[in-house]
Structure formats: structure tokens, C-alpha cells
Design a protein around this ligand. Structure first.
Ligand code: BGC
Length: 828
């Protein structure tokens, strides 16, 4: 049997999507629940108590989570703790850092999504949480959007299958999931205000299916997005929140706003937005609105009932239920398995990978993220694991005795302490008198006392004109919103570490484990610039602070060192990265920090060069044809190093597929026009319509660098024997997949559907209609049947789903551009 006959759809999904009776939006929890009478409970609540359940508040015993809703203890309604997020539980305590959701999407495996969810579900409950602010399932529309790593790719069918699996996993452990951000929240720049102009058909066919699948999977809560959709804030949008979510999809849970995304009280509540987060700036006024007759109390009751029904469903009202013990070992095991399964082999000329013994006897590894692991993306999805090995250490460990693996940074993100010769400084403590200081370099044994506070002020003077990376590095700062270890140059704060959700610190620590923040600035030779460093430490941990820089000269030296080391080695591995984070999009699709010249220099020095990518989304690769191999590891989580080394050494084979298209040139992107992204005068026109992601490249005949669905293997597969028949309103597509190589491997067979000859509306040349992840031993052949749901045969028109009948082509293949089998079918 195939790994699963039809892993893209559970039997239940299939029944629903194929047009059978709608499945009630409830998943029976696996634990015993003592239910209460919600209506009776509602009647006993005062108006003030009801309103207190409809907005967040300050947690008297915070665990560092994002949100808190006080309960009503006199009636047994518990307080709620709500934590991010998409790659693991984000609280102050350490938690399992799973691979970024984009890596999960690359697995094309709903069963792994369920496992991913179960790890977070259990751990969230164990860490004292009740609600998870995840999964995120906004479609990747803009290749450089800051949160692409947090979501499930550019295809609605793929995202829908995965989000449903993940929600079942999370909620199966008793944690309430929150699908976010509803809806059309597809990029970060101006996210709080942007008005998304999108037509109804595009919303229905591209941006809403994954949310609908989340509702079908029984998700307990929905988070309303920051942006406007067609002129109305998503968090007070009657059509989205009531018309579609409740009236059409029969969503039985509650809607909360994204953090500070509520803009009114009565209008938002009436539109269907039940809970304001994280505080109650607007909703605190609901009681007064009821008292003055502006708002019927029944509207408040409806919202409170939605919350209580979910608390009851999850057993939180009947006295609660015991929390499980954490399972860090199980979490780590799942994290590794998913990192392995989500890795995508983009290129492998001359079969350079996996590396052989001879390569390991003289291997050169280049890049900062080889030595300091890039575990996950930033912002509210950032999870701090107890530990994470570096890829370099994992490679050396797995390669064992007899190997020789040397490393050079190539790109210096760390620099050296700014020398005394460039500084004139005075250092002071609160209440103390200033004293002269030569440098700011207090690390290791020279750390400052725990809990102490310091300020250094003076000037910084560069010896030569050029672009300097000024870095403020530290540890032991008191957690704060703005960052407790900061660097200000010329009156502008350019570096802030120790901030609660990251400040502007890099996701990549220094080699000594310090947080590393800062900016690149142009300095003129001999011109003194005012500089201030401030640091406030937390009790119990020594305070480390260092002011460092990477000079233009050092940057060149690092590149030369890397190329020199690579020359003459048997093989070279370059680790390249980008840093995806919430709140801002990447300025460009290129790799940051001058990495392209380093890859080019290493590839020029060594003909056997492989690149390992730790990016959260597409990057341009001007050097792609100049290297033998490219392995996309994404942000692989806490076990990413072990998984990376295992794949590089052939202990496992890569079988992931790209859930996003990698363009060859920035101007090829569907959103290359400014009115589409970032928008003009506050409006982003989704004028590409349904031609999002690969649909755009296919429709316009643009050759991508790597297409959607692409991913090689260490073995090869042959497809054959296609047959298509009508089944349950949709299609059953059967074929065989054979492993014709010498290694075991995984193939994700993909089914795409073409439009009828004269499509009633503009349709993509091919749309993903199903998939199956199949693991095969050498020489093994399997029969696979993929169910194509009725929905894939339809388009949205005049307020309903309509069959796009006529002759249509079914394609089966290894990627959206590597289609091996085809058959015409007539759809009636
Ligand atoms: C993000 C949400 C997140 C929330 C709480 C917001 O800024 O957009 O995804 O869940 O913060 O941290």
C-alpha cells in the first residue's frame, strides 16, 4: 500500500468535499469531559461579567504568553491563557521549537501536520495554556512577505489539507486552536491599515478555502486580521465574520481580534467579532452601550455563549481537567522527523549529495548559520528551545573519526569589539558618577553584575570611510518591549536586544550565544558620531554587553578566507540564510548581508560546492547554476542541525516539495507591480485575481527558478498506468509510482487539473487537485489513488460554486512543471 492511499484527504474530508452532507463542525475530544449547561450559566452572569469575558486583560501570574482573559471564578469559568504560535508554544519557558510551518507545508503530509499539531497541543496544555494562537494559514502571495515562513504555502488545496490536520492534532490534545489571520492578510508592510481590494471569486477560490477547512476540522477560535478587506476592517467585517463564517460555514466557535486590531465596540461586536485582544480599549465600553440602549444585551450574550460553548466543549468549565506532563523527548523526535520530511533538494548535479567518505575527509563548511543555528523565524512565532545544536557540530558528530571538516564564516555577522582607538566613552550607573571607559566589552568572565544598569556615552570615530555593521550584543538583559540592551548612534536607536519579541536583533546568535542586534551605517573617516549604549540586567543572570563592528575591510577578509579555505578542499558546503519576521517584509528577494558574492567566490574556488538554505521563503539565486547542489532546509527547528547533517550524509533522503514558487527574477513575481504590492495610497489591488503563485507563472509562460511542487530525491521515480474515473462527485485518479533507483525514497505525486477549452472565467492552466506522499524501497512499485474533490472542478460565480464542465486535462507528476502523465476527461 502507499504510505496512505490518499493522504491529502481523510475519509471524512473526502466525504465532505465531494459534496456529501456537510460534516458538523465538531471533533469529538479524546478525553472525558464533564459538560455544563451553558445557557443556565449565561443567565447567572452579570452584564459586567459577560463583558469581562469578551476582552483580554493583564495576567496576574503571566507565563510570558501573548494573551489572558480573566474568568469568573464564582461560577467556575476559568481564566484563559493564550499563547502563540505557529512553530511551537511561545512562553517564557523553553519549549519545543518545531520547524517553521513552511517546512511542514513542504512535506505535503497531513498526517505529519497532525503530529506537528499534537506536539504543540500537548506542550501548550503542559505549560499552562488553554488557547493556541495558531495555525496561520494565509496564502503566500508576496514572495518577500515577512511571515511567509509561518504559513502553509501558496496553494489553497495544500494549505487546507494541512491546516485541517494540524488543528486536529492541536485540539486532540485539549488545546483550543485559533486559525489566523482571517482574512487576506498576506504581507506585513502597513498591515494595520492596508486596504486589500480583492474580488469575491479570488477570495473564495484562493484566500478562504484553508479557513473553511479549519472550520470543518472543528477549530475553536478564529483570529480576525489587521487589514481592511474591500474598505472594511477585517475585525468588523459583517460579510466575513457573519455572512461567510457563521451563516455559510456554520462556525460554532468564537472570533478574537488580532492584537490591537479592534477599532470599535458595538459595530465590531455586531459584525461578529466576539473578543477584543489583548486588552479592552473598545470592548470595555460594551456594558455602557447596553445600558444606554445602543446595543441589545442579546448581542453580548451571543458572543459570550460562543466562548462558553467552546470552553465547555474542551472540558474547561466542568472544573477543568488535569494537564499532561511535558514530553520534550517526543517533541524533539517529531521536530526531527518533520525537519527531515520537509527538506527540499532543489538541485543535485553530479549527485554531489549525499556526501561520501572522501568528501568528509576534506570538507569545508562556510557560513554563520553553520556555526550558530537558525532555528526559526522571528516575531510572535519565535520559540526558544532549551538547546539547539549547530549544523557544524552535527556534521562533525555524524561524520565521526577520520573526517576533517573546517569552517569559515564567509559572512561576518559578529565582528570584533569596537577598539578603544575609535571610541571616547564615559560609563555611569544610576546615581553614580561617570567614569572613563575604553570599550564596551563585558562578556564571559568580564560580565557585569546581574540586575545592574549601565549607560555608556561618548563618540565613535571610524578610521576610514565606509559601510560599517554596528552591533550591540548581549545577554542577561531584563525582558522589555523596547529592548533593555540598546545602541543609539547620532540620536537614532539602531540596535535593540533583550526585547520581548526580538527588537531588531538577529535570529542568529553570536558564536558565544549573545543576542546580536544593530544596523549597517555609513561612517566618514575622522568624523566623531555621538554614541550611547544602555543596558539593564535581569536578576539572577550576569549582564553581558558588547559594542562590536564589522568594518568594510573585515567583510572582504571574511570572503577571502572562505574562498581560500574552499580552494583545494574535496567539497564545500555553504550555509545561506534570510531572516523572516513579523512586522516587516524583506526589502528585496536577494539574500541579505552580502551572501551572494560569498557563494559565488566559494563556488568559483571549488567545483564541488553545495548550498544549504535556511530561508523562510523564496530567494533569488544568481549563482544557482554555478553550484552542484542546493538543499532547502527552511528554518528547521531545534533538531534542524541533526536533520541537516543526516540528509547531507545520506542517512535519510530528502522528499519535500516546494509549497511556493521560487522566481528567477524579482520582476517575474505576480506582485511585482506597486499597485499590487505594497499598494498605492493605502490600497493593495489583488488584481492578479486567482493567478497567485504558480498559477501566475504558468498563465504567463514565465520560467521560474524552481517551480511549485519541485523537489528532487536521492533516487528516481517512474510514473505509469494513469486511469481517471468519476467518484463521489469528483474524480478518482489512479496511477503507479515506482522507485527505479538504488536508494529508498519519498515521492510526492501531484495531480493537477487544467481548465475546459473555453473557460467560463479566466482559469489557471493547471491547479493542484490532489497529492499523495509515497515512500518506496528500491525497485518497489505502488498503486496510488488520489481523490480530486468536487470543489476542484468548480469555480465561484454569482454567489455559488459552479461546475466548470467540458473536456479537462488531468496531469500527474513530480512537480507543477514535471508532469509525467495526462488524460483528458469530460466533466458534466
Ligand atoms: C500577530 C498574531 C499574534 C499576536 C499575539 C500579533 O501581532 O499578528 O499572529 O498571535 O500578535 O502575539
Amino acid at each position: 500500500m502507499a504510505e496512505a492511499l490518499n493522504p491529502s484527504l481523510t475519509r471524512r474530508d473526502a466525504a465532505r468535499l465531494l459534496g456529501a452532507a456537510a460534516v458538523a463542525a465538531a471533533v469529538a475530544p479524546q478525553w472525558a469531559v464533564r459538560h455544563v449547561n451553558v445557557d443556565a450559566l449565561l443567565r447567572r452572569l452579570t452584564l459586567e461579567e459577560k463583558v469581562s469575558l469578551l476582552h483580554g486583560g493583564t495576567d496576574p501570574a503571566s507565563k510570558g504568553q501573548a494573551g489572558y482573559v480573566p474568568g469568573v471564578p464564582r461560577l467556575g469559568i476559568p481564566e484563559l491563557r493564550l499563547a502563540d504560535g505557529p512553530a511551537g508554544v511561545r512562553v517564557t519557558a523553553n519549549a519545543t521549537a518545531l520547524p517553521a510551518p513552511v517546512a511542514l507545508a513542504s512535506t505535503f503530509a497531513p498526517d505529519l501536520a497532525r503530529r506537528f499539531g499534537a506536539v504543540i497541543g500537548r506542550e501548550g496544555r503542559a505549560l499552562g495554556m488553554d488557547v493556541l494562537l495558531s495555525p496561520m494559514t494565509n496564502i503566500v502571495r508576496v514572495p518577500q512577505a515577512g511571515r511567509n515562513f509561518e504559513t502553509l504555502g501558496e496553494d489553497p488545496l495544500l494549505a487546507a489539507a494541512l491546516v485541517a490536520g494540524e488543528i486536529r492534532g492541536i485540539q486532540g490534545e485539549g488545546l483550543i486552536a485559533t486559525v489566523k489571520h482571517y482574512a487576506a492578510n498576506n504581507f506585513e508592510n502597513a498591515r494595520q491599515t492596508i486596504d486589500v481590494k480583492v474580488d469575491e471569486r479570488t477570495l473564495r477560490e484562493i484566500y478562504l478555502p484553508a479557513f473553511e477547512a479549519a472550520v470543518r476540522a472543528g477549530v475553536g477560535a478564529v483570529m480576525a486580521a489587521y487589514n481592511h478587506v474591500n474598505g472594511v476592517y477585517a475585525a468588523e467585517h459583517p460579510q466575513l465574520l457573519t455572512g461567510i463564517l457563521r451563516d455559510e460555514w456554520h462556525f460554532g466557535g468564537w472570533v478574537m481580534s488580532d492584537w490591537f486590531a479592534t477599532h470599535s465596540a458595538a459595530p465590531a461586536l455586531t459584525a461578529g467579532m466576539d473578543m477584543e485582544m489583548p486588552f479592552g480599549a473598545n470592548y470595555r465600553g460594551l456594558a455602557a452601550a447596553v445600558a444606554s440602549g445602543q446595543l441589545a444585551e442579546s448581542v453580548v450574550d451571543t458572543a459570550v455563549r460562543r466562548v462558553l460553548v467552546q470552553l465547555d466543549r474542551f472540558g474547561l468549565l466542568g472544573g477543568g481537567r488535569p494537564r499532561p506532563a511535558p514530553d520534550p523527548v517526543g517533541g524533539a523526535r517529531a521536530a526531527k522527523e518533520i525537519a527531515l520530511a520537509g527538506a527540499v533538494l532543489l538541485r543535485n548535479e553530479r549527485d554531489l549529495l549525499p556526501l561520501g567518505r572522501a568528501d568528509l575527509a576534506d570538507l569545508v563548511v562556510i557560513g554563520p548559520t553553520a556555526a550558530s543555528p537558525l532555528v526559526g523565524g522571528g516575531g510572535s512565532a519565535r520559540v526558544i528551545p532549551a538547546s539547539a545544536e549547530s549544523p557544524l557540530t552535527a556534521l562533525r558528530r555524524q561524520a565521526g573519526p577520520g573526517s576533517r571538516i573546517r569552517w569559515a564564516t564567509g559572512v561576518d555577522l559578529e565582528g570584533v569589539p569596537v577598539p578603544a582607538s575609535a571610541l571616547v566613552l564615559r560609563r555611569s550607573r544610576p546615581g553614580g558618577s561617570p567614569q572613563a571607559a575604553a570599550q564596551v566589552d563585558h562578556t564571559g568572565a568580564d560580565a557585569l553584575p546581574a540586575g545592574s544598569s549601565w549607560t555608556w556615552t561618548g563618540t565613535l570615530t571610524a578610521p576610514a570611510t565606509g559601510d560599517y555593521d554596528l552591533r550591540i550584543q548581549g545577554a542577561g538583559g531584563v525582558p522589555s518591549f523596547n529592548g533593555s540592551i540598546s545602541l543609539t548612534l547620532d540620536g537614532v536607536r539602531i540596535g535593540s536586544a533583550g526585547a520581548l519579541i526580538g527588537g531588531n536583533s538577529s535570529l542568529i546568535a553570536t558564536s558565544g550565544g549573545l543576542t546580536n542586534a544593530g544596523a549597517t551605517v555609513r561612517l566618514e573617516a575622522g568624523v566623531a558620531k555621538p554614541v550611547t549604549v544602555a543596558a539593564t540586567g535581569v536578576a539572577g543572570t550576569p549582564l553581558q554587553v558588547r559594542l562590536a563592528w564589522v568594518t568594510p575591510q573585515r567583510r572582504q577578509e571574511a570572503l577571502r578566507e572562505a574562498a581560500a579555505l574552499a580552494k583545494g578542499a574535496r567539497a564545500a558546503l555553504v550555509f545561506a540564510f534570510n531572516e523572516g519576521t513579523e512586522g516587516a517584509d524583506r526589502a528585496a528577494l536577494t539574500l541579505p548581508n552580502g551572501q551572494d558574492p560569498v557563494v559565488e567566490a566559494v563556488a568559483a574556488a571549488n567545483a564541488r560546492t553545495a548550498v544549504v538554505l535556511n530561508t523562510g521563503d523564496p530567494v533569488l539565486m544568481p549563482w544557482a547554476r554555478g553550484v552542484c547542489s542546493i538543499l532547502q532546509m527552511w528554518y528547521p527547528g531545534q533538531e534542524g542541525a541533526d536533520a541537516t547533517a543526516t540528509l547531507l550524509l545520506g542517512g535519510a533522503g530528502p522528499g519535500g516539495k516546494l509549497p511556493v514558487t521560487f522566481p528567477r527574477r524579482a520582476e517575474d513575481m505576480p506582485t511585482a507591480r506597486p499597485e499590487r504590492y505594497p499598494g498605492v495610497d493605502g490600497v493593495a489591488d489583488y488584481g492578479e485575481g486567482v493567478l497567485v503563485g504558480y498559477r501566475h507563472y504558468d498563465a504567463h509562460g514565465i520560467e521560474p527558478l524552481f517551480p511549485f511542487g519541485h523537489g528532487l530525491s536521492y533516487t528516481r521515480f517512474r510514473f505509469g498506468g494513469l486511469s481517471v474515473r468519476a467518484a463521489a462527485g469528483g474524480l478518482a485518479v489512479s496511477f503507479t509510482v515506482a522507485n527505479i533507483g538504488r536508494r529508498a525514497g519519498v515521492e510526492v505525486a501531484q495531480v493537477y487539473l487544467g481548465p475546459p477549452p473555453s473557460p467560463p472565467v479566466p482559469m489557471a492552466p493547471r491547479a493542484l487537485a490532489g497529492f499523495a506522499r509515497v515512500r518506496l524501497s528500491p525497485g518497489e512499485r505502488r498503486s496510488v489513488t488520489v481523490m480530486v474533490p468536487l470543489r476542484s472542478l468548480q469555480y465561484w460565480s454569482d454567489g455559488r460554486w459552479t461546475l466548470a464542465g467540458g473536456r479537462r486535462t488531468v496531469h500527474v507528476g513530480s512537480s507543477s512543471r514535471d508532469l509525467r502523465l495526462r488524460q483528458e476527461v469530460t466533466i458534466r
